[in-house]
Every structure is written in C-alpha cells, then in structure tokens.
Design a binder for this molecule. Structure first.
Ligand SMILES: C[S@@+](CC[C@H](N)C(=O)[O-])C[C@H]1O[C@@H](n2cnc3c(N)ncnc32)[C@H](O)[C@@H]1O
Length: 423
C-alpha cells in the first residue's frame, strides 16, 4: 500500500477508536474484517499505531494542537509504527517540520501527566502503592506485552514443545515463575501451527497461569471456575487435575462459554463441564453448595492491570465504574464461597492494580466470614516450589498474604489473588 494511503487508513482507524464507544480490539478486528485486502504488515502498522496513540494519548493531545490538518491524522503521525522514511514520504513539508519539532522535545521538559499518560484519578492510588517505582510501572504499561504460551502438560512436556517451536523458527524461553509457560521472542500467528491445532499450546499471560496454579486443584476433586469466560484458566486447571474429577466452568456470558468450546476440544480435556448461570445466586450454585473442593473466582474487574494489551481501558474506566464493579465482585465472591466444603480452598483473583478491587474486597470478605481462614499466597507458592515466591507477594505482617504481580517487576500483567480455607 502507498505510504499516503496507509497513513490515511491509520488516521481513519485512530478516529474510530478515539470515540471509545467499543473496546479498541473490537474496533480494530472489525476494521480488518471490512478491509480484507490489508496485508499482515499493514495490519501490524495500523494496530500498533492505534495502540500507541491510546497509550500516549495525553502526550499526543498536548503535541497535536501545534500541527495542522485533522486531529486524528496528527495523532496517527505521532504514533506511527513503521520506518521513519516510509512515514516521511507520506507527509507534507509542513508536517515534516512539525514532527521534527515534536521529536526534539526532551522527556524531562514534559509535565508529569504527559510522561505517565494516565487519567488523574489513577495516579495517586498507584503512587501510594509503588512510591518511586511508579515511573517504572508507567513505562512498562506503555510498552506492548510479550507473547506467553501455556503448554498443556496433560499431553506434552514444556521442554519438548520449546524444541518443537524452535524447529519451526520460534525461539522461546521458559517463563521464570510458571512451570507451564514459554515466552516467545516474536509474535507469530499461531493458529496454523501443529502444536496449536493439537492443543499443546494456548496463549496465556504468565500471571494468569500463576492464578490457576494457586488453586492447586488435585486429581479427582470437584472444582468450580466461577467466572470461567472463554476458559483461559479453566483449561490450565483441567490439565492440572490430569483430566480427572469434575471441573465446572460457570459464567453468566454464554457467548464467552461458547468461545471455550473449540479450545476445550483442542485440549482433549473431558473433565470440564461448562454451564451458563443467570447470576451468582443461580439455582445451580444452591444445588452444589457445600460440595466443592476448590473454587476460583476470576472476578469481572476494571482490567487496569492489562493496560499493556488494552490501553483504551484507562480512558474507558472511571472511578464510578470501578466502584460499581466492587459491589459486583463482593457479591460474586460471597455467593461462590457457599460452594465450598469444609477444608476447601477459595481463590479470589482480578487483573486490576487497584486496592479497591483487591485487598479491600479480600479484607471485607475475611471480616464477614469467620468460617473462612486466610491462606497466605507466599505459603502456597512456596509449597508449589515457585521460584522467587516472596517477590510475587505483598500484604500482611510478613508481606506474603496476597499474590501481587506487576508488569514492571514480573513482566506479567498486573494480577491480584487472595485465598482462604473453609474451616
Ligand atoms: C476476568 S473474566 C474471566 C476470564 C477467564 N477466567 C479466563 O481466564 O479467561 C470475568 C468473567 O466473569 C463473568 N461474570 C460477570 N458477572 C458474573 C457473575 N455474576 N457470575 C459469574 N460470572 C460472571 C464475565 O462474563 C467474564 O467472563
């Protein structure tokens, strides 16, 4: 595609995503479906440019008024992903001069908000938790995430799959914490690979793998994944149970549960039972009350730990939406807890970095449910022989009460988990 045409297309897509009426990944996928002639490189340019604009929106909002032409074009020029010569050949002399002026601005001379590119309401809760590490976090949130795979250890060994991928030209390294993970050095299309088709690999962030590991589900147990979605954690848990026992995958979204079906078929798991529920107090929950060994609540949340992948979330979420989410989270956790039998384990997890959705939900649950004793994440991770377990935890007197993953420290998305045992 001619550089001018590609820049025009990029500006068009930037305009669509900046409306924030749908998630950015939905808008980008729809655009690609409607423009089938776009090649892989053009798609990469379009998607990466849009994501850069979303990541650095405050900075680009600040720089763009000094340029000319439609705003979305100026934003696309500032975030353009691709060789500089290619971009320059699409620009007027005036635009080239403006871009050179923007490039010459030193980072140190920018206001804080133009460096962190976060909405103001998010800044203080992060600074309160991280102090001077706040800047390392914002730098890593503004980078794309690596591509992590989970090896289905039901049928394949991680080392064998690593060799197989290498032979196919895809070097990877074992993830440092999850025993099931491989981190790829590139971002290939995996769907046509044999390892993918036979269910040996699934795309899953290492942090998400660790949440499944924390449940520590055993052979033959009765387990519930209460918010199973498209089954990322369900599949990991089902494999950890060695395809035995019974693993119920609940969700209120049958659409998401449907998306689990092809993944389940590839995985060769037959111990998973997906079931749509109307809400967290569904009849099905009542029938299973007191019968379950382990329950994981991977709660609906703001997703603010996944800004590397979903940078639009910081502009789509608000303090009010987070507050509404916390009410839902508390209700789901309370209802899911009824499923457990004495001695059973409850895991509450989110991909948020906000204490309101994490430690505060956990503290309120502990205070209201004397029949549940908190279980320290550090103890569980140490028993599971996870390397550097202490560095993955925070909270409480020992600093080990909760799993707390951060992109800048652990190269995972931002995840939280709290655990309890039913007395
Ligand atoms: C964080 S996502 C789950 C992701 C999934 N566990 C995975 O690993 O891919 C949260 C899920 O909770 C579901 N959900 C929302 N409200 C619910 C409720 N009241 N009961 C059960 N699931 C609910 C959403 O449909 C969504 O799929």
């Amino acid at each position: 595609m001619h550089p001018k045409a590609l820049l025009d297309a990029t500006a068009e897509l930037v305009k669509l995503t900046l409306k924030f009426d749908h998630p950015a990944d939905t808008i980008v996928s729809r655009y690609f479906r409607e423009h089938r002639s776009l090649g892989p490189r053009e798609r990469a340019t379009l998607a990466e440019t849009v994501y850069t604009v979303l990541r650095k929106k405050l900075l680009f909002d600040h720089l763009s008024p000094s340029g000319s032409g439609p705003k979305e074009r100026r934003m696309a020029i500032l975030g353009f992903h691709g060789p500089r010569d290619f971009l320059l050949s699409a620009l007027s002399d005036q635009e080239k001069q403006w871009l050179a002026n923007c490039d010459s601005i030193r980072k140190e001379d920018l206001l804080e908000r133009h460096r962190h590119n976060l909405p103001e309401w998010l800044v203080q809760p992060l600074k309160d938790q991280l102090g001077s590490e706040f800047w390392a976090l914002t730098d890593s949130l503004n980078q794309p995430a690596p591509l992590d795979l989970r090896v289905n250890t039901l049928n394949d060994k991680r080392a064998d799959v690593q060799k197989e991928l290498k032979l196919a030209g895809l070097p990877s390294t074992p993830t440092p914490y999850s025993p099931w993970g491989l981190r790829l050095e590139s971002k290939p299309v995996l769907a046509k690979m044999d390892a993918f088709a036979r269910g040996a690999i699934e795309v899953q962030d290492e942090g998400s793998q660790l949440l499944s590991l924390l449940l520590d589900a055993k052979r033959g147990e009765m387990v519930v994944d209460f918010c199973a979605g498209a089954g990322g954690k369900t599949l990991a848990i089902g494999a950890a149970m060695r395809n035995t026992g019974r693993l119920y995958a609940f969700d209120t979204s049958t659409h998401r549960l449907d998306a689990m079906k092809p993944r389940l078929a590839r995985s060769k798991l037959s111990n998973v039972h997906p079931a749509g529920i109307a809400h967290e107090r569904d009849e099905r929950i009542k029938r299973l009350a007191g019968k379950i060994d382990r329950v994981i609540v991977d709660a609906p949340c703001s997703g603010l730990g996944t800004l590397r992948r979903n940078p639009d979330l910081k502009w789509r979420q608000t303090p009010q939406s987070v507050q509404e989410m916390t009410v839902k989270q508390a209700a789901i956790l309370q209802s899911a807890a009824r499923l457990l039998k004495p001695g059973g384990r409850l895991v509450y997890a989110t991909c948020s970095v906000l204490p309101d959705e994490n430690e505060q939900i956990a503290a309120a649950f502990t205070a209201a449910n004397k029949e549940f004793s908190p279980l320290a994440a550090l103890e569980v991770l140490s028993n599971l022989k996870v390397d550097g377990a202490a560095t993955l935890c925070s909270g409480g007197e020992t600093g080990g009460d909760f799993l707390r993953l951060w992109p800048h420290r652990h190269h995972t998305d931002g995840f939280f988990a709290a655990m309890w045992v039913k007395n």
